[in-house]
Design a protein around this ligand. Structure first.
Ligand SMILES: C[S@@+](CC[C@H](N)C(=O)[O-])C[C@H]1O[C@@H](n2cnc3c(N)ncnc32)[C@H](O)[C@@H]1O
Length: 283
């Protein structure tokens, strides 16, 4: 795991409060990578939205999500996954996010999408909140655990929220296989600082945290090559629009975020960073 010391929880919350509109313009309702199949090519294949939905559907299928299940969406953003799972897989979804703006956005979107009764959104810190033991069939988290400070503690706690037979489904930015060189460490450190991640765990860290929580791994997959087109598309969108100029009116963290897409792309290309999909089961 590679850690930095100067990320604070209130900066993460503030970032998502302020940048929800930027994210909406850049990425749509889903604030996560798209998943392109290798045979589609990196950028010329499916649209970003189709690729994002493909990522959600692929993870949902691996996690055996089905109608009537209770799902906890940790770090739910604007409700992209939660609303999709409620609408398409007929689940009952609880979403939590640090950001009150996102909570409001997700709640409103769910109502417009006709899934108000099957979703609820709370503003809560995943590292502080408690749920009853065995409350959920699935604990789902797409690109939130990067932001957590004590990742092992979160996984120990979240494993308890699962019913026996329940699954944990995680997509996460990783410290990659080439992150153990000085140049690799520096690339990951820059990503952590500019994208407000206190640390990035490696694939084996995630496997270790889940198994330490008593879960049995079903799959740990490297999706790096299938997701990196996301940042090429974001970089083009930022260049073509006035988003950089607009960000100057907002705050330093938003400017950093928009100015470092190249940093993250280079980190993926050098394998200092990776992108992982993890599914684990509670026996
Ligand atoms: C990159 S966004 C991903 C959003 C969503 N999962 C999606 O895929 O569209 C990261 C999300 O994690 C949330 N987050 C970060 N730290 C958190 C914490 N400690 N507790 C709850 N949510 C957190 C942010 O508020 C944001 O919604």
């Amino acid at each position: 795991m590679i850690s930095v010391s100067d990320v604070r929880s209130r900066d993460i919350r503030f970032h998502y409060d302020l940048t929800t509109v930027f994210y909406r313009l850049l990425r749509g309702q889903h604030i996560h990578h798209g998943l392109w199949d290798p045979e589609h090519g990196q950028v010329t294949g499916d649209s970003p939205l189709v690729a994002q939905i493909h990522l959600v559907n692929t993870l949902a299928t691996k996690a055996l999500i089905s109608a009537g299940q209770r799902v906890l969406d940790v770090g739910c953003g604007m409700g992209g996954s939660s609303i999709h799972l409620a609408r398409e897989r007929h689940c009952d979804v609880t979403g939590i996010t640090l950001s009150p703006v996102q909570k409001l956005w997700a709640t409103t979107s769910a109502a417009f999408s006709g899934v108000r009764r099957r979703t609820r959104f709370r503003q809560a810190d995943a590292e502080a909140i408690e749920f009853s033991a065995s409350q959920f069939d699935v604990v789902w988290s797409v690109e939130c655990t990067e932001h957590l400070f004590d990742k092992p503690a979160f996984f120990r706690k979240a494993a308890k929220w699962l019913k026996p037979g329940g699954r944990m489904a995680i997509c996460a930015w990783l410290a990659g296989e080439k992150s153990d060189t000085p140049a690799g460490v520096e690339q990951v450190r820059q990503v952590c600082e500019n994208f407000l991640c206190p640390s990035l765990g490696s694939e084996s860290d995630y496997v270790g945290w889940m198994t330490a929580g008593g879960l049995e791994m079903v799959e740990a997959a490297d999706w790096t090559d299938q997701v990196l087109a996301t940042w090429e598309i974001c970089e083009r969108r930022v260049r073509r629009t006035g988003m950089r100029w607009l960000a100057k009116l907002v705050d330093r963290n938003t400017q950093n975020f928009l100015n470092h897409f190249e940093t993250i792309l280079n980190a993926y290309r050098s394998r200092a960073m990776g992108y992982g999909c993890f599914v684990a089961r509670k026996n």
